[in-house]
Ligand binder design. Sequence first.
Ligand code: KG4
Ligand code: ZN
Length: 367
Amino acid sequence: MYLLAFESSCDETAAAVIEAEGNRLRILSDIVASSADIHRLFGGVVPEIASRAHSEVISGITDEALKKAGVALEKIDAVAVTSHPGLIGALLVGVNFAKSLALSRGIPLIPVNHILGHIAAAFFGAEPPKPPFLAFVVSGGHTALYRMIDYHTPVLIGTTRDDAMGESFDKVGRLVGLPYPAGAGFDALATEGFLQACGKTAGAGVSGEDAPVLEAFAAFPKTAAARSMPLPSPALAGDTLDFSFSGPKTAAVNLLHRYTQNGTEPDRALFAAAYTYTAVHAAAEKIAMALSRYPGEELVLSGGVAANSHLRGQLRALCRRKGVRIHIPPRSLCGDNGAMIAAAGYYAYLAGERAGSDLNASAADGL
Ligand code: KG4
Ligand code: ZN
């Protein structure tokens, strides 16, 4: 069957067409229009601007998605749309657009949870994850670990009690002068920092997934740089799989303040490495705990922060040591996109989920 899907929960407007048969999913088109350039001027997402940008482009990118897929609207079998969670005004643009398309064509309308969408971004590979599997979703707004009973049924087993990992990267990155969203810039800065702290050099284009940086990451806690920038771990103690990012974030802010008060400046790369080490190491520890608790289960890493090279590199290394298969979507499918909503929509469709003309958007979390 052919699915057309929409995503408009934050600052990306996306439309995609996929073809699905059994557990084989194929992306025919995946068009994303971002309004991040405008939000950058304000240092974060401005909800009204996001809503207006969605309204302006959604019709155009739908035409583009259908054209690129080579599938006429008459051939589409179902329409899926992110209905929650997200910015309410932004979500409403996608929901209303999807609703009118589905109603006018008389085809099923399927509401999709954005987080389930992120997890479904890992379902496009030749060998999709085998349920039950674990899914670590790290985005601007979420840091949560789920156990997926099947492709459509999540059970929350760990979460952040306050900030999300992406949000903390964005805030801490902003403190060292990186523009919104700071995640990718902070990732590159940390790579420099890990190498520098260990006195290593590496060619251009290396990232946290490459051997020299993986080695520098492992050696980092013993370096003078790490000792001079101590930060608390976001991993909550005990046998919980929960996190709290507010502690390390506040400690990072205080650390920078101390430099300012002394009239000095921290080395930005070493600081990025110190914060990244704390966040990624904590995530890897909790994932290791979860893998031991659910032996033999595969792991999905997804969400915008799954583009982080250090997180990708460390979790890949962990899974290699544990002999567990890991599924990480390509970077293009980590950030918000329509293909992931189509994939989650397909499994919601198979589970019999349908919405009527009364479908509403909701800002609230919860699956
Ligand atoms: O999933 P997403 O596109 O939107 C939400 O649903 O929140 O995630 C956006 C987040 C932002 O916080 C952005 O800074 C972060 O993903 N991000 C990264 C990287 N690329 C994007 N964070 C760390 N490292 C990256 N390479
Ligand atoms: Zn997202």
